[in-house]
Design a protein around this ligand. Sequence first.
Ligand SMILES: Cc1ncc(C[n+]2csc(CCOP(=O)(O)OP(=O)(O)O)c2C)c(N)n1
Ligand SMILES: [Mg+2]
Length: 796
Amino acid sequence: MADEGIGRVEAIEALTRKSLWLASWMVHHANHIRPNVDGVKVGGHQASSASMAALLTTLYFGILKPEDRVAVKPHAAPIFHAIQYLMGRQTRQKLIDFRAFGGAQSYPSRTKDTDDVDFSTGSVGLGVAFTAFASMIQDYVRAKDWSGKDRPEGRMIALAGDAELDEGNIYECLLEGWKHGLRNCWWIIDYNRQSLDGVVREGLYDRIEAIFKAFGWKVVTLKYGALQRAAFAEPGGDRLKAWIDACPNDLYSALMFRGGAAWRERLTDAIGDQGDVSALLARRSDEELATLMANLGGHCVESLLDQFEAADSEQPTVFINYTVKGWGTPLAGHKDNHAGQMTSAQIEQLRQSHRIRDGHEWDLFEGLDDPEALSDFVRNVPFNTTLPRRLTAPAVPTIGPQFVGTGATSTQAAFGRILDAIAKSDSEMARRIVTTAPDVTVSTGLGAWVNRRNLFARKEMADLFQKEAIPSTQKWRFTPDGQHMELGIAEMNLMLMLGAAGLSHSLFGERLLPIGTLYDPFISRGLDALNYACYQDARFLLVGTPSGVSLAGEGGAHQSIASPLIGMAQDGLASFEPAFADELAVIIDWAFDYMQRSGDARSDLADWPRDVTGGSVYLRLSTRSIEQVPREVDNVLANSIIRGAYWLKPPTPECEVVVAYQGVLASEAIEAAARIGGDRRNVAVLAVTSADRLNAGWQASQRARLHDDQTTVSHIENLLSEIPHRAGIVTAIDAHPATLGWLGSVLGHRTMALGVEHFGQTGTVPDLYRHFGLDAETIVSAAGQVTSRRSIMNAF
Ligand SMILES: Cc1ncc(C[n+]2csc(CCOP(=O)(O)OP(=O)(O)O)c2C)c(N)n1
Ligand SMILES: [Mg+2]
C-alpha cells in the first residue's frame, strides 16, 4: 500500500492544504470581505473545518467509492464545499457566496446545495444516526427481488464531531442497529476533544470504546501520525509517547495554541532532563516540534489511508481519530475557537505560508507544486468517476381508494382495514410499501398488514408461538421478503427510519412507500428527527393514532393537543385528520401518489404549491368509533377532501351559523347542527379534513394577490363566500383551537374556536368532551354567541 501510495499520499496532502486554505478563505471572505448589509454576524467554522481537513480530503480523494453515502459533520461544511470545488462539483461563485442567499450552505444540505451532499446535517447527532438507518434500508431493498441487487453495495459513513456523541439519539440507534444486524456503516469521529463551549472530559475514548464494543462494533483508534510514530522509535521516544499519553486534553490544546517555543519549554521541563529526550527535542526547530506535536493520527494522510484500507469487513466500525481543532491555523487548540475566526493579519499570514498570490485566492491549485499532475489525480479518483451518484426510481402507480364498508368505525380501525385490503392486492404499490412502528404495531392498527406481509429480517425466523400451536391473532414471521420493520420504543428511531426509507429512491434507486405509525402525542418525542426527515425531502406516510382527549381512559399523559399545529407548521408534511373511513381511503390513495411526485416548484403561487413537488403526509387518527355517512364518494367530493374541506351540510343563502369541525368531533358537530336547526336557525356544517392544506391554500392565494394575480381564489375562500357576512362560525377540534380559529379571518366572519388547551383527565369520552367544552351542548351555546345580534363591542 505504502509503495503505490507515495504519489497518492503526496497528492492528498497537497489537496488537504488546498482545501484547508479554501475553507478558511471562504469563511473569511463571507465575514470580512463581502459587504455586510444588516450588521448580523455571518459566521462559519474555520477551526471545525481545519480539524477535519485531512480526514475529509483523504476520504474523498482516496477511499470513497461512488456508491458510498456520507453524512458530513455540519460545521465542516466549508471544507466539504472546498473539496467538492476541487472535484469540479461545486462552482467558484457558490463558494464566494458561502452563507449568502443562493450560495453554498452553512451546513451541507442535500436539497439546497448543488454539490454532492448525500445526507443533510445541522442538528448534531441526527446525521450520524441516519447513516445507520440508511444502511438498514440498503439491506432491506437488496433483500428484495428487485433490479437494484446488481448495484454495488455502499458503505454508509458519518463524519462526526466528538461532542455529537452527547446526543441520546446516537445510543438509541446503536441499540436498534444491533437488533437489525447493522452492516456497512462507518462512524469516523473527529476526536479533537473540544465541543462548542470548551474542552471535553478526559478519557472519553475509553467510554466510546466500551459502548461501541458492547453493541458489536469494531473500534479503531488512530492516535499518532507517522511523524510521531517515527519520533517514538528514536532514542527517548518512548518517554515522549508516555508524556503525550498522560497529557490532559486541555493542556495539549493550550500548548497547541501557544506553539513550538511553548512545547519546547513544557517538554523540557517535564521530560527533557534525560539525555535521549533532550537530544530528540534538540534535533528539531520550534516549528518542527510544533509540527510533530500536531501530527496526531487524524491529520496524517498516510495513517488515515492505512486505517481505512485495513477496514475491509462489513462489521460496523467506529474510528476514533485524534485531531486538533483548528489544526494548521493560528486557531489551533484554543478553547474558544469554535466560532472563532482568524483575524485579517492571521489570514494574511496563512496566505503567505500557502503561497497564495493576492487576487488568486480562489484559484484551484494556486501555490501547489505540479498543478497538472494534481488535476490528473483529481480527475481519476474513484469517487469522481461516476456521475450522477444521486439515483432515481420511477413512480409506482396507485391502486385507487380502498373503501372498507359503511358501519360505525374509527379512523384507526379503518386504517387497519385499508392496509389489509392493500396487502391482499397483488400490486406493485403493495410490494413497495414498508411499514414500521416503535413497538406499537398492533395497537396502531398494523396487525393485519403484518400478518399478510410479514416482518423483515435478513435471515428467516419462524413465529415460535405458531410453531408451538399457541393461538394468537398475530403471526410474527421474520423473512427477507417481509415488509415490516419492527422497532424498539424510540420515536427518534422511527422518524430516522422513515427518513432513510423515504430517500431510498434517491440513495439506492429503489422506490419505497414507507408508513410509520405511533401514538400521536409521541410525535413530539421524535420531532427533531421528523423535521430532519422533511428537511431532506424524504417521502413517507406518518400515522399518529390514537389522538386527542378522545382516547379517554388512556388519560392525560397520552392525549395530544399540539399535533395538528405541528402538522400545519411542519414544512414538507401535508397533514390530514379525517372523520370518516371513506375520506381516509381517498386520502391514503392520494398520499401514495403525492409521496412520489417530483415536479419542479411551480412559479405561480397557486392553491397548494407543493402539489407539484410532492412531499410527505401525516394522518391524525382516532380509536373513537363514529357513525359513517352513507354516500358514494364522487370526484368532486374526493377533490374537496384532498383540498381540505367540504360542506357536510351545505349553507343556504339565509345561513346564520356554520359549525366547522376537524376529525372525530364530526358526531358532536352533526348533533349540534341538528339541535340548532331544531331551533329554526339556519345552520351549515363544514367538514374540515385538513386545516393544513386549507390554510396553505389560503396563504398561497393571498400571496398571489400580493404579486398582482387577482384571479386566484383559494378553496376556503370559495367555500366561505357561500355564506352571508353576518353569519357566525363555530369551530371544533379535539386539539388546540388555533388549528381552526383562523377561519374567521378568511372573509371576516365572527368566530368562536372550541378545542383543548390544557392537559386532560382520565374519563369517558362524554366526561372529557363536557370538561373541555367540546360536546354538542357547548357547540350550540357557542353558536348562540356568534349569532347574537349584540355586537361583542357592546360589552366594553
Ligand atoms: C442539536 C444541536 N444542538 C446544538 C447545536 C449547536 N452546536 C453546533 S456545533 C456544537 C459543538 C460540536 O462539537 P463537536 O461535535 O465536538 O465538533 P467540533 O469540535 O469538531 O467542532 C454545538 C453544540 C447543534 N448544531 N445541534
Ligand atoms: Mg469536538
